[in-house]
Design a protein around this ligand. Structure first.
Ligand code: PEP
Ligand code: MN
Length: 372
């Protein structure tokens, strides 16, 4: 990697750049090249976002060689707007909730209203369900799109649902405010390109066998096709543990946030598969910096046609919304010391407000704008 140094840069700026590189375990050497100065950086910078370097005073441009996903790694922190009222990644965590699947027009309308009253800000609901067994309920299909959109509209909540093929993208796009790529389809490159050609924000779930690099590469496909509005979702990975459905990899949240500017949300429902674990893991997700939660909720969990064991009731959702609100306030106070540490690491003398420094791992914790 090479840093092109601005003509206006001072000796102090250069010293600060070299010192910051050293903090990251990198060696910087200043070289005069054709009347300009550049800093040649030695060391592995692949996992480091470009804005970590471009934000250093005195750096005019960052030139990288052969990164695996340049668009994603170089993305600056970019909140993603859903519909007209919801923004993910702006500070206040966004809670998306709803049933695993849309089961009937009445079912989704009732749950949508319960989700609204609980204080969540988006409605989810499966249209076409990817099921491990073809004999299980695989969703109502196209009619469910209409039901979901109508329920969302009536409750004033933007809607998100999974699409599994480029054909489904075409059919679903007019009805949905956000397109979801499920864990099983994170490696479906034609599908990634298809959602990349739309202008809808995309909720990209990590596959249960995917490394963080593979998840970011999947995001790169979407961005390369023209759509930068991507929210990453950690939903648990497959391990030797069988008590939970998957193992929720919470370290992925701060790791992904430091690697790219994309918002990261957590799905504790598919991660654990057990309703009693959803609330504690939702709290943990917010505490480690998640920009939101994706949660399965049902007004009658016992009768749910899919993922019944992980469906929580609306009252638990209300408690989670309350938890998130309290945690944000608590963490906003705790953030001050972290901001100071990060400020020093970025060569900034005075601590600055949370969220204004690139790569700040806890930038998700700003004071809530409005109480739930
Ligand atoms: C879902 O969110 O509806 C879903 C099927 O989850 P995942 O793709 O994470 O298994
Ligand atoms: Mn489900």
């Amino acid at each position: 990697m090479i840093l092109l140094i601005a003509k206006t840069a001072t000796k102090e700026h250069l010293d600060n750049i070299i010192a910051n590189l050293a903090l990251l375990g990198l060696a910087g050497r200043t070289v005069a090249a054709g009347g300009s100065l550049v800093v040649a950086v030695a060391g592995d910078t692949r996992g480091m976002p470009t804005h970590r370097f471009s934000s250093l005073p005195g750096v005019e441009k960052v030139v990288r060689f052969d990164p695996q996903c340049p668009l994603v790694l170089e993305s600056s922190p970019a909140p993603v707007q859903i519909g007209t009222q919801v923004i993910i990644g702006e500070g206040q965590p966004v809670i998306m909730a709803g049933p695993c699947a849309v089961e009937s027009r009445q079912q989704i309308a009732t749950i949508a209203e319960a989700v609204r009253i609980s204080g969540a800000s988006m409605l989810r609901g499966g249209i076409w369900k990817p099921r491990s067994s073809p004999y299980d309920f695989t969703g109502l299909g196209e009619p469910a799109l209409e039901h979901l959109a109508a329920a969302g509209e009536a409750a004033g909540l933007p809607v998100v649902a999974e699409v599994m093929s480029p054909e489904q993208v075409q059919v679903a796009e007019p009805y949905l405010d956000m397109l979801q790529i499920g864990a099983r389809n994170m490696y479906n490159y034609e599908l990634l390109k298809a959602v990349g050609r739309t202008n809808r924000p995309v909720l990209l779930k990590r596959s249960f066998s995917a490394t963080l690099t593979e998840l970011l590469q999947a995001a790169e496909y979407i961005m390369l096709a023209g759509n930068p509005r991507i929210v990453l979702c950690e939903r648990g990975i497959r391990t030797f543990e069988g008590f939970t459905r998957n193992t929720l990899d919470l370290s992925a949240v701060p790791a992904l946030k430091s690697l790219s500017g994309l918002p990261v949300v957590v799905d504790p429902s598919h991660a654990t598969g057990r309703r009693e674990l959803i609330r504690p893991m939702a709290r943990a997700a917010i505490a480690c910096g998640a920009d939101g939660l994706l949660i399965e909720v049902h007004t009658d969990p016992a009768s749910a046609l899919s993922d019944s064991a992980q469906a929580i009731i609306p009252e638990t959702l209300r408690q989670i919304v309350d938890d998130v609100h309290r945690l944000c306030w608590a963490l906003a106070g705790a953030d001050d010391s972290l901001v100071a540490v990060e400020s020093i690491a970025h060569g900034v003398k005075e601590p600055v407000a949370s969220g204004t420094l690139p790569g700040l791992p806890l930038a998700g914790f700003a004071l809530p704008r409005t109480p739930y």
